[in-house]
Design a protein around this ligand. Structure first.
Ligand SMILES: Cc1ncc(COP(=O)(O)O)c(C=O)c1O
Length: 512
């Protein structure tokens, strides 16, 4: 006779809790050491081939002791991540995380809460964040909000809600086949690519996103926007959605949000603000006025994992009209029946506000971050990163080999390494050579392990892009960054010189 299943101990719980406790403490200590000693590590280092190849293994059938797996984490995984915890990391738009956020993640993991729905306090924690952000952005009390992976997802959800408003709830059943309207949306040429992707994923087509010209400050040109809307209406299109950006990804520009709110009101468009990182500048008394108009948005997307230093991922969408929000996503199902008492109480649930049914407890690490540090401290981090960007800008002005390529609005600085006109002529360097030189410098700097900027294109020129988000970054890190950029730039120019001389020699060598 087979054993009764409940006679077999098949639990994943440890048989030796005290050994597991010791192991856990060692793991925690390792991560505290990692954060405490982060400056002693390279920002980033290339992954050795043998280590990369270890991640092509077959699916493990048998058990391995946790201490051995932890050992592999320490030697193979921890040293080869992106490095955004390091104060020298200044690429793309990455937050630095914090010890508090890490500990909250551990608590959330232990609790293993599923925040799709049901009557549980973790959902009240998420609702608390909705209320806090709603107050911050001066949204009405009945506004709704939701944690998502990141702003790309939040932007997509907002396009879907705006689509419901324009075409009615029936669009959820009929799709776009029942409408003759061709919906068009508007944003600036500097907007993040995820807006076009959201139009694509929503079935509206990325070609129906009009990317409006920007002014010298990289902000949307409102006159051009109005003319484009007018022309579209004349051609029979239906304008429905307008996106302003609070902190563009390239240079940190903030669109004229109150000007955009006016256009949206006049034209009856859904006004969405992509505030992936910039929206939370609202916490800073000195920066907050620059976001005037954000309070008039229909929806705002932003990430707690960027400037607020919450560990990845913690994106968020705030929506003025909670009914429309719910109408866009709620999908009744027999197995999700709601009650007024018991576990199935508390409707509406977060799963009524987005496509995810299984949802982790992202709200906990955000709540911990806000509770432990408070908004004053977090705002001072935001202010300080902008101050460091201003410092870098002044240093760039003072160094003849560097040229600023875009106005510095917040904490992003775009510049390039210059070669003098004479040197360019002597070395026969073209515009493409200068662009390539700057791209190479960035890779060289990343490989040095000293700093990690990234690249972008500004007005057709390859730029070195420095985005200062990490709360650990100080003035000395900016000096180290400049030092290594100049050193790598000069070394590259010397290399080009040697190469040119050599090819000249070869050119005049007689062919025998
Ligand atoms: C302005 C802007 N929008 C959207 C995004 C996408 O955000 P996420 O990476 O959280 O999806 C970013 C990312 O940097 C951004 O800067």
């Amino acid at each position: 006779m087979p054993d009764s299943p409940n006679l077999l101990n098949n639990s994943l719980d440890p048989t030796d809790w005290s050994g597991t406790r010791q192991q856990g403490h060692a793991m925690l200590d390792d991560m505290f050491d990692y954060l405490e000693q982060i400056r002693q590590r390279p920002v980033w280092q290339p992954i050795p081939n043998d280590i990369r190849n270890r991640y092509r293994e077959p699916l493990p059938e048998n058990s391995t002791d946790i201490s051995l797996v932890h050992q592999r984490f320490m030697t193979e995984i921890l040293p080869y991540s992106v490095g955004n915890t390091h104060p020298g990391f200044m690429g793309w738009v990455h937050g630095g995380g914090s010890a508090v956020g890490m500990l909250a993640e551990m608590l959330a993991g232990g609790l293993n809460a599923n925040l799709g729905g049901r009557d549980q306090i973790p959902i009240e924690v998420e609702k608390q964040i909705v209320k806090w952000t709603s107050d911050l952005f001066e949204f009405p009390d009945k506004a709704s909000g939701l944690f998502v992976t990141g702003t790309s997802m939040a932007n997509l959800l907002s396009v879907l809600i705006a689509r419901t408003r324009q075409l009615g709830i029936s669009v959820r059943q009929s799709g776009l086949t029942n409408t003759s309207e061709q919906l068009v949306a508007y944003t600036s040429k500097e907007a993040h690519g995820c807006i076009a992707q959201a139009m694509d994923l929503a079935g509206l087509g990325s070609a129906n996103l009009r990317c409006i010209d920007t002014n010298e400050f990289h902000q949307i040109d409102i006159q051009h926007l109005k003319e484009t809307i007018k022309a579209d209406r004349k051609k029979g299109f239906t304008p429905f959605y307008l996106v302003g950006t609070a902190g563009t990804v390239n240079s940190g520009a903030i669109d004229n949000l109150s000007g955009l709110a006016d256009v949206a009101r006049e034209e009856k468009l859904w006004f969405h603000v992509d505030g992936a990182y910039g929206a939370l500048a609202k916490l800073s008394p000195s920066l907050s006025p620059r976001l005037n108009g954000i309070e008039q948005a229909d929806s705002i997307a932003f990430d707690f994992h960027k400037w607020l230093q919450v560990p990845y991922d913690a994106g968020f969408l705030l929506v003025r009209d909670s009914t429309l929000h719910q109408d866009t996503f709620a999908s009744p199902a027999a197995y999700l029946q709601r009650e007024t008492r018991g576990l199935a109480a508390g409707s509406p649930w977060p799963c009524d506000l987005g496509p995810d049914l299984s949802r982790g407890f992202k709200a906990l690490k955000t709540w911990f971050t806000l509770q432990v540090y408070g908004t004053k401290k977090l705002a001072s981090i935001i202010d300080n990163t902008c101050e460091l960007a201003r410092y870098l800008t002044h240093r760039i002005y003072a160094i003849p080999e560097l040229e600023l390529l875009a106005p510095v609005s917040l904490n992003i600085v775009c510049f390039r390494f210059l070669v003098s006109a004479k040197q360019c002529a002597d070395l026969k360097m073209t515009k493409e050579d200068i662009d390539k030189l700057n791209a190479d410098i960035v890779v060289d700097v990343q490989e040095s392990g000293i700093a990690a900027p990234s690249t972008t294109w500004i007005n057709g020129q390859q730029a070195i892009r420095v985005a200062i988000f990490n709360h650990r970054t100080v003035g000395d890190d900016i000096e180290k960054l400049l030092g290594v950029i100049l050193c790598k730039g000069r070394a590259r120019v010397a290399l080009i010189k040697r190469h040119r001389l050599k090819s000249n020699e070869l050119a005049i060598k007689p062919i025998v």
